[in-house]
Design a protein around this ligand. Sequence first.
Ligand code: NAD
Length: 342
Amino acid sequence: MKKINLGIIGCGHWGPNYVRNFSTMPEARVVWVSDLKEERLTHIRQLFPGVKVSKDSNRVINDDTIDAVVIATPTVTHYKMALRCLQAGKHVLVEKPMTTAIKEAETLLSLASRCKKTLMVGHTFTYNSAVQAIKELIGQDKLGRLYYLYSSRTNLGPLRSDVNVLWDLAPHDVSVFSYLLGCLPVKVSAQGASYLRKGIEDVVFITLYFPRNIIAGIHLSWLNPRKVREITIVGNKKMLVFDDLNTANPIYLYSKGVIRKQISLPYYDTFGEFQYIIRDGDATIPKVAMKEPLTAECRHFLECVMTRKEPHSSGRDGLNVVRVLAAIQSSLEDKGRLKEVR
Ligand SMILES: NC(=O)c1ccc[n+]([C@@H]2O[C@H](COP(=O)([O-])OP(=O)(O)OC[C@H]3O[C@@H](n4cnc5c(N)ncnc54)[C@H](O)[C@@H]3O)[C@@H](O)[C@H]2O)c1
């Protein structure tokens, strides 16, 4: 079996996780790692002595033996880096968000399709086994008709300077919500504030309006005393809380709800009356086999490159998330005015 030769560009906090994961996979060979910082290359050299390193990403992109490139550089560089890789005939796995503009994402998508290369985006949470278990629970109608969802993604830092907290963290929630609901929000609104650095929002509150009268809230912050990674989903049969920081028991499924019981017969000239009964049942903990989501993502990328199948987090999904983020950004700049998703 021919191995897939990989280059990984960007080895700050996140990139080394790709090097570690791909290095354990028999179908892959990590040939190059590139980073602008010498100390990051020294770090990689120490951990993975067999890997070639360079400060110049052209060494990776122009190497004819390289089949695929993983891009884990800062967000604002994703577009140009992915464009160069696709133009050089490489398959690409680019970190989230795919780009910072809709036009750029469209360009990457059409280029990948024209040159028949895999374009995949690092929507890592959609590879999380708890998120996949939730998707199954929704598919089996365990939650009933969905009312609303909300997500808290807060921490004290890490602060980024190339993008605001929206472009940094919302790709996770937008990709997960769209995956779970099987559709994109139609309209969005958002408010936020820049407390630490002018023009870079560090706190954002978002509302997404999905079809079927489902609303979703997202609270994002780099300026919060607690690290929270939590999603709540409320349906008319059951309610669910997913705590990504609780690795042993990430999902709690609550048999709680409100039953609407008709207590008088409707007549032609009167409305029926209803009694609302609180149903406060048990909480159960569905079993979830915890695996590192990035391992599943990396394995899937290799499979897509080898079989040419459409990735689970495809370039099209990358574009869709950018479309939602762009609408949220527009609302943020317009004091929370409702915006349509283009
Ligand atoms: N999917 C996830 O769960 C997840 C988690 C964390 C970060 N990310 C994404 O990964 C990307 C990187 O995040 P990070 O936290 O590692 O950032 P980081 O700033 O720690 O690392 C980025 C690295 O890229 C290097 N770099 C910049 N320009 C380069 C170039 N032209 N050539 C080579 N190297 C270059 C920098 O020197 C730096 O070391 C971001 O897009 C972020 O959104 C995704």
